[in-house]
Design a protein around this ligand. Structure first.
Ligand code: SF4
Length: 86
């Protein structure tokens, strides 16, 4: 199980989440080459420890525990995971 970044992140990529994640599982970070090319940030579901820190600081409330993702954004569970499959 993991937290998931959903639609409100698109075009925002505010990075507060990146700064608080204790296991650095949110990418791309601003210093990674992919950062300007992506629409949003993504959480690696294999590394997330479900601490919830990212959800608390997100200025656009884009981050939810996988069990609590609103119905209209359920596809983002797969979209986050896909980013890490390359
Ligand atoms: Fe990182 Fe915690 Fe958010 Fe998972 S829930 S992405 S470990 S800050």
């Amino acid at each position: 199980m993991a937290y998931v970044i959903t639609e409100p992140c698109k075009g925002v990529k505010s990075t507060e989440c990146v700064n608080v994640c204790p296991v650095n599982c949110i990418h791309p970070t601003p210093d990674e080459p992919d950062f300007p090319n992506v629409e949003q940030l993504y959480i690696n579901p294999d590394e997330c420890i479900e601490c919830g820190a990212c959800a608390s600081v997100c200025p656009v409330n884009a981050i939810f525990h996988e069990n609590d993702v609103p119905e209209q954004w359920r596809e983002y569970i797969e979209i986050n995971a896909r980013y890490y499959r390359g």
